[in-house]
Design a protein around this ligand. Structure first.
Ligand code: SAM
Length: 223
């Protein structure tokens, strides 16, 4: 995941009544994703055009929950359900506790490689910068879970870098893709045509492609 790596664990010490020093409990540092800080305004500008009051948004791979905290503050009439793998939940809870917003639901453990949780009432599914991280079978799982969560109608909005007709749209995206595949051959920037085929096989429309800063796109499928 792009972003700052965790700094080495620091142990704080306290002076006891006897004058001896003792370790204090370590509070894990709040995670921070610089990319989420950079792109949250542009994503919100695009996403707000897709949302209506009373929507319930299920986010896959929320990471730190920085996006959900920003979006929920700006769109208080929309409810937000962040989710991610178990190891991300403590960090997400720190962000969510600090932003104190009633329209953010308790973070859900949702690992695409495990049995999906059951969710009712979801009207829009959202994910950012996850499709190039997970393997293609998990991309298929994400789309299938979105289709199930949405039922007969709703939107799937996916933000990130994409290829179009097999081509990268910038040298930076090409280099990022090479770096991803070198680290994990199952990962890599996905092609919109492959995603569209997958989505349409699940009953979604073809993707609307919204151009975003820094060679990213927001893709929107509807069903
Ligand atoms: C690059 S981060 C993006 C985080 C966040 N959406 C953002 O834009 O800041 C990719 C996210 O995908 C999540 N992820 C990876 N594998 C996953 C899986 N099997 N199931 C669910 N989420 C997964 C990671 O935990 C991580 O939070």
């Amino acid at each position: 995941m792009p972003g700052r790596k965790s700094p080495p664990e620091r142990r704080r010490t306290g002076i006891t009544m006897t004058g001896k020093t003792e370790p204090l409990p370590v509070t894990p540092e709040k995670p921070f994703a610089p990319s989420a800080e950079r792109n949250r305004h542009a994503i919100l500008d695009a996403l707000r055009l897709e949302l209506v009051d009373d929507d319930l948004v299920l986010e896959f791979g929320s990471g730190t929950a920085q996006h959900v905290c920003h979006f929920a503050a700006e769109l208080p009439a929309v409810r937000w359900q962040p989710s991610d793998r178990a190891d991300k939940l403590p960090g997400m809870r720190q962000w969510i506790a600090e932003c104190k917003l009633p329209n953010i639901l308790s973070p859900l453990e949702l690992d695409l490689s495990a049995v999906p949780p059951i969710m009712d009432g979801v009207t829009l599914c959202y994910t950012a910068n996850t499709l190039h991280i997970v393997s293609w079978p998990l991309v298929e799982t994400l789309f299938a879970q979105a289709a199930t969560a949405l039922g007969n109608s709703g939107k799937l909005c996916v933000y990130g870098p994409f290829r179009f007709g097999g081509e990268h749209i910038s040298d930076g995206n090409r280099q990022f893709d090479q770096q991803l595949r070198a680290e994990d051959p199952a990962s890599g920037i996905r092609d919109v045509q492959d995603l569209d085929r997958l989505a349409q096989g699940l009953g979604f429309s073809s993707a609307r492609q919204i151009s975003m800063p820094a060679n990213n796109h927001l893709l929107v499928w509807e069903r």
